[in-house]
Ligand binder design. Structure first.
Ligand code: ADP
Length: 573
C-alpha cells in the first residue's frame, strides 16, 4: 500500500518534470529555428515588403506558425493570415515573447492564442541578433504537441505505479495470512484486553482454525468486559449504600489495617484522612476502638462494645464487630459503629421522668394517707382538728389533680395529640384573658401588672386557648417568683412577619447554671423553694411544647435578683 502510494506521488512529480523538460526541448528547437528564419529573412533584399509570403513559406517548411513583426510591433507577415487578416491583427509589441526578443534577443511564452484559437507555445528572436530595429520573427506550435509528447513518456510510469500498488497489496495480504503474524496480533489483542483496554479485539478473517481461535478470544473478551461492568456496578452500589448509612462502617485486613471506611465512620471518630491503609488508632485517637477491632480479629463470635468518646461533647458509640472468615482463616474484620448518645440521653430522661413522677405523686399521697389515718384513728373526735386535717387532705388532693392534669396535658402535646386549631387570634384578647386569671393571686401579693401592646400590633396565628394557657403559665410563674409588691409587665411588639409577646418581672431571677434546664419536665430551681410555691415543675415544659406546636419559639433571659423575661414569638396572622 505504502509502496503504491509513493509510486503514485512519484508519478505526479515526474509528470511536472516531464512537462517542463519537453516544453524546454521544444522551445530550444524553436529558438534555433527562429534564428535560422531570422538569417533567412535578412538574406532577402526587401524582406519587409515580402514578409507575408516569406512567412507562409517558412511556416510550410518548418511545420510551425511563423509571424514576422517589425520593431514597432506591426505584424508584417503570418503563416495563418492573409492580407486582410494582417491588416486586422492588432499590434504585437505588447506580447511578452516579442517584447523580450526586442529587449534581449530572444523570448518565449505559452498562452491561448485568439488568432488561431488554441493553446500555443511562442518563441521569438530578433531578425538581426545585433540590431533590434530590424524586427522580430516569431515561431509558434500548439501546446497539444507538447502534451502528446508528455503523455507518451508518462503512460509507462503510471502503469508502473499501478502495478506496484497491486503488488504491495498482494504482499500485505500474504503477510496478513501468515499464521505466525496472526497469532502475534492475537496475543497483542489478548494483552490489551487483560490490561483493561475496552474494545480491544482480534481480527477474525483468514484461516479457519485461526479465525475460530480469534472468535473465541473475542467472545472471552466480551464476557470479561461484561463481568467487569457488573462488578463495577456492584461496587458503586455498595459504596452508595455505605456512604448513605448513619452508622460508621469499617472493614480491615487480618492485621487490622483499614481497607474501607465510610463517611459516617470518619465523622463519628473525627478521623484523619486518609483512613485507608492505616490502623484505626492512627486515624483516630480512640484506643478503645482499636482494642475492639483487635478483639474482633481474634474472636470466633461477633461481639459488641460500648465506646465512650470524651471531648467537647461526650458521645457514646455502640460497636458491633465480627471477624471475616474464609476457609477457616481470618481474612479481616468488619465493624459497625452506632452513635447512641441521643438514645442514651432519652433513656436517662425517661428514667428520671418516671422517678420524678413517682416522687411527685408519692408526696401528696403520703400526706393524704397520713392525715386520713389520723382522722380514722380518733382524729374525727376533735371537730376542729378534723376540719383542719380535711382541709390539708383537700389541698394535697388538689395538688395531685393539678399534677395529673399537667402530666396528661404534656403527654398529649408531646405526642402531637393535643388538638391545636390555628387561626388569627387577637393578642389583646388573650393577654386580657390571662391577666384576668392571675389577677387575684397578683393582688394578694400586691403586684402591679401592666399591659403594653403597640398600637399597630397585628394578630397572631395561634390556638387561642393554648396561647392563653402559655401566657397564664408565664404570668403565674412571674407572680410566684417575685417578692410581694413586685412589677410585672406584659408587652407585645411586631417583628419581621412575627409578633413577640414578653412577660417581664422584677423577681428573684434564675441562676445561670439552671437557666438551660428550666424547660425540662419537673426541673425546678431549688426544689424546696419552689414546691412551697405549689409548682409542679411542668408549667414551662408545657408552655414550650405548646408554643412549638403552634409554630413559635419561647426563650428566657434572667438576672438573679433583678428579674426574668420570657419571650414568646409567633407568626403574625
Ligand atoms: P413550676 O410549676 O415549678 O413553676 P415551671 O416549669 O413553670 O414549674 O418552672 C420551672 C422553674 O423555673 C421554676 O420552678 C422556677 O424555679 C423557675 N422559674 C420559672 N419562671 C420563673 C420566674 N419568672 N422567675 C424566677 N424563676 C422562674
Amino acid at each position: 500500500m505504502v509502496a503504491g502510494l509513493s509510486s503514485f506521488l512519484a508519478a505526479i512529480f515526474l509528470n511536472r518534470a516531464v512537462e517542463r523538460r519537453v516544453t524546454g526541448q521544444i522551445a530550444a528547437k524553436l529558438e534555433q529555428e527562429a534564428r535560422l528564419a531570422g538569417d533567412l529573412l535578412r538574406s532577402e533584399p526587401d524582406f519587409e515588403g515580402s514578409a507575408d509570403p516569406l512567412a507562409d513559406r517558412l511556416g510550410r517548411d518548418l511545420g510551425v506558425r511563423v509571424t514576422v513583426i517589425d520593431a514597432s510591433g506591426l505584424v508584417l507577415g503570418d503563416t495563418d493570415l492573409d492580407d486582410s487578416g494582417l491588416r486586422a491583427v492588432e499590434n504585437h509589441a505588447g506580447r511578452p515573447e516579442v517584447a523580450d526578443a526586442v529587449r534581449s534577443g530572444t523570448g518565449r511564452a505559452s498562452r491561448h492564442s485568439g488568432t488561431v484559437a488554441a493553446d500555443m507555445l511562442y518563441v521569438a528572436a530578433r531578425i538581426d541578433p545585433r540590431d533590434p530595429s530590424r524586427g522580430v520573427v516569431r515561431l509558434a506550435v500548439p501546446l497539444t504537441e507538447v502534451r502528446e509528447a508528455q503523455r507518451e513518456i508518462l503512460a509507462p510510469i503510471l502503469t508502473g505505479a499501478l502495478l506496484s500498488i497491486l503488488v504491495a497489496a498482494g504482499l500485505g495480504w500474504l503477510v496478513a495470512r501468515n499464521p505466525a503474524r496472526r497469532l502475534e496480533a492475537m496475543s497483542r489483542a489478548a494483552s490489551a484486553v487483560a490490561a483493561g483496554r475496552t474494545g480491544a479485539r482480534a481480527a477474525t478473517g483468514g484461516d479457519r482454525e485461526i479465525a475460530l481461535l480469534a472468535r473465541s478470544l473475542n467472545r472471552m473478551a466480551d464476557e470479561l468486559e461484561q463481568r467487569l461492568l457488573l462488578l463495577e456496578r456492584e461496587r458503586s452500589q455498595l459504596r452508595t449504600v455505605l456512604e448513605g448509612m448513619v452508622e460508621g462502617v469499617v472493614l480491615t485486613d487480618p492485621t487490622g489495617r483499614i481497607l474501607v471506611a465510610n463517611e459516617a465512620f470518619r465523622r463519628i471518630f473525627n478521623a484523619q484522612l486518609p483512613v485507608e491503609g492505616r490502623l484505626p488508632l492512627e486515624t483516630a485517637r480512640v484506643p478503645a476502638m482499636q482494642e475492639a477491632i483487635e478483639a474482633a480479629l481474634g474472636a470466633d463470635e461477633a461481639l459488641t462494645r460500648e465506646i465512650a468518646l470524651g471531648g467537647a461533647q461526650e458521645k457514646v458509640i455502640q460497636a458491633s464487630l465480627a471477624a471475616i472468615q474464609e476457609s477457616g482463616q481470618t481474612i479481616g474484620a468488619v465493624a459497625v459503629f452506632h452513635d447512641v448518645t441521643e438514645l442514651k440521653r432519652l433513656e436517662r430522661v425517661r428514667r428520671e421522668f418516671v422517678a420524678n413522677v413517682s416522687h411527685e405523686l408519692r408526696t401528696p399521697l403520703t400526706a393524704i394517707k397520713g392525715y386520713a389515718e389520723t382522722l380514722r384513728d380518733g382524729g374525727l373526735r376533735d371537730p376542729e382538728t378534723a376540719a383542719e386535717f380535711v382541709q390539708v387532705i383537700h389541698r394535697h388532693a388538689e395538688r395531685l389533680r393539678a399534677l395529673i392534669e399537667d402530666l396528661l396535658d404534656l403527654a398529649s402535646v408531646e405526642q402531637g395529640q393535643a388538638r391545636i386549631e390555628l387561626g388569627p387570634v387577637s393578642v389583646r384578647d388573650v393577654v386580657t384573658q390571662a391577666e384576668a386569671v392571675t389577677r387575684a393571686d397578683a393582688a394578694e401579693r400586691r403586684h402591679a401588672i401592666t399591659v403594653d401592646l403597640s398600637a399597630d400590633l397585628p394578630g397572631v396565628l395561634a390556638d387561642r386557648d393554648r396561647l392563653a394557657q402559655v401566657l397564664i403559665n408565664l404570668l403565674d410563674n412571674a407572680v410566684k417568683f417575685t417578692p410581694p409588691g413586685g412589677r410585672i409587665e406584659v408587652s407585645g411588639r411586631r417583628g419581621e412577619g412575627r409578633v413577640v409577646i414578653a412577660v417581664r418581672d422584677n423577681g428573684v431571677g434564675i441562676p445561670p447554671e439552671d437557666i438551660g434546664r428550666i424547660f425540662e419536665r419537673f426541673y425546678r430551681v431549688g426544689r424546696a423553694r419552689d414546691r412551697r410555691d405549689g409548682g409542679t415543675g411542668l408549667g414551662l415544659a408545657i408552655a414550650k411544647h405548646l408554643t412549638q406546636a403552634m409554630g413559635g419559639t419561647i426563650e428566657v433571659e434572667s438576672l438573679p435578683g433583678s428579674g426574668t423575661t420570657f419571650r414568646v414569638t409567633l407568626p403574625a396572622a
